[in-house]
Ligand binder design. Structure first.
Ligand code: ADE
Length: 435
């Protein structure tokens, strides 16, 4: 792979003699030649620039000087790369395409840039001209961007990076996600522990944890990348959907629609309305309408929720859409009821978690569960959580299992005069869910 860099500051490129690129040069894997543009300048002052035609600030680089330089340096099959803040943002895909060509000539402009006829002329001559930008900010010249391109392409050349896997897993790889956070020794540093899952030796869990972190990080820092993944149908796993939902993305519509919060007094009437809508759907088929109505009228009113929060419970909600309607809620209590508390002494309790049926399968319930449990841990310091669910509710049972709950007992539960049988589940809150 051959690079020719033309610049008025050739000394700048001493940096390319260092590190891996320097080694690759010595090993003959890449051939980097740096040229001084002034070698092609003429006249007493060896001027390479002049005032902008039509007026304006600064100076523009002369096409005749660049023409002489490029005619000398360009070879068959070359790409002419011109760094400029008005170029196309440089991406990993561009680097992957550039590593295929035999020669890249980088023309470093200074001042206000290079006369536009240079790119036009070489383009018309059949040379591939690639005007690229490092980002939406302005540097003093193209030198930094030239180093970025040469280093970025060089590390893709065969024989460069020692471990080929590090090329596959990194940020901006084909996965379309930023890389997950990385850790090394010591295990604890300035009071910050390395996440325990990384010591588990359980490769599936580690992979899942890393993917969760990569998705969350990408959603927070690069929503544009998440939009591209969602549009391209690349969010395939259920756990992916939950992570993105927790960051606000509705992967079904591609809209950033969800917000998670701890309910305040003013939210409770909406929570009660949702509770009344969703409770009948979770009842076993044997429950009569009167029994269900009675339960709603006594336990699922705004007042009943107010009493619960005054008694120390925490209600968390998910709102969605332009109207920010409450579409799911969870009710957690610091202690489990007496009949099951002994199954995990000190555990907190998920008393209810209900999602509008329109949002079943959307990832909302799972994201809310994790949000509610994180709230419980920070509020009460809980290390475990208990919950009960009707023995016939297969969908709920599958959901709790997926979220790291294990069956630990049974209880009976009364709706009206009828006795319903629940399984009781527990989850250790000191480890991440094994998704
Ligand atoms: N020259 C000056 N600013 C630049 C940028 N942001 N990217 C590429 N080349 C530049």
């Amino acid at each position: 792979m051959r690079f020719d860099i033309i610049s008025t500051f050739p000394e700048f490129f001493a940096a390319l003699d260092l590190s891996l690129v320097g080694k690759a040069q010595k090993a003959g894997v890449v051939d980097i030649r740096v040229h001084n543009l002034r070698d092609w300048a003429e006249g007493k002052h060896l001027a390479v620039d002049d005032t902008p035609t039509g007026g304006g600030a600064g100076m523009v680089m002369r096409p005749d000087v660049w023409g002489r330089a490029l005619d000398t340096v360009l070879e068959e099959g070359a790409v002419l790369a011109i760094p400029t803040p008005s170029g196309k943002p440089l991406t990993q895909r561009d680097l992957e395409a550039l590593v295929q060509v035999p020669q890249i000539v980088v023309a470093c402009g200074r001042y206000e840039g290079i006369d536009a006829r240079v790119a036009e002329h070489y383009g018309a001559e059949g040379i591939r001209v690639f005007e690229y930008s490092l980002g939406d900010y302005v540097l003093n010249g193209g030198e930094v961007a030239a180093v970025a391109l040469v280093e970025g392409v060089s590390r893709l050349v065969d024989g460069m990076v020692g471990n080929p896997e590090s090329l596959v897993e990194e940020s901006h790889s084909v996965e379309g996600l930023l890389e997950y956070p990385v850790y090394t020794q010591p295990r604890e540093w300035r009071g910050i522990e390395t996440p325990a899952v990384l010591f588990s030796g359980d490769h599936a869990r580690i992979r899942r944890w890393r993917r969760d972190r990569a998705l969350a990080r990408t959603a927070d820092r690069r929503p544009d990348m998440i939009n591209a993944l969602v549009e391209g149908g690349k969010i395939l796993e259920r756990a992916d959907v939950e992570v993105l939902t927790s960051r606000g993305v509705d992967v079904r519509t591609g809209r950033w629609d969800y917000s998670f919060s701890v309910a305040e007094e003013s939210d409770l009437s909406e929570v009660a309305a949702l509770a009344a809508r969703t409770f009948p759907l979770a009842c076993p088929p044997t429950a009569t309408e009167t029994e269900i109505r009675e339960h709603i009228d006594t336990h699922l009113t705004e007042n009943a929720f107010r009493e619960l929060t005054r008694g120390g419970a925490s209600i968390t909600t998910v709102r969605s859409g332009p109207e920010l309607v409450v579409v799911a809620y969870a009710l957690c209590e610091p202690n489990a009821p007496d009949d099951i508390a002994s199954l995990s002494p000190g555990a907190c309790y998920v008393s209810k978690i209900y999602t509008d049926p329109e949002f079943h399968g959307s990832g909302v319930s799972g994201a809310l569960m994790e949000f509610a449990l994180a709230d419980a841990v920070s509020r009460w310091g809980s290390t475990a959580v208990l919950l009960g669910t009707n023995q016939s509710n297969r969908r709920a049972i599958r959901f709790y299992r997926r979220h790291g709950f294990k069956k630990c007992g049974r209880r009976t539960f009364e709706v009206g005069k009828r006795i319903h049988r629940d399984f009781v589940y527990v989850r250790d809150l000191t480890v991440d869910p094994p998704r």
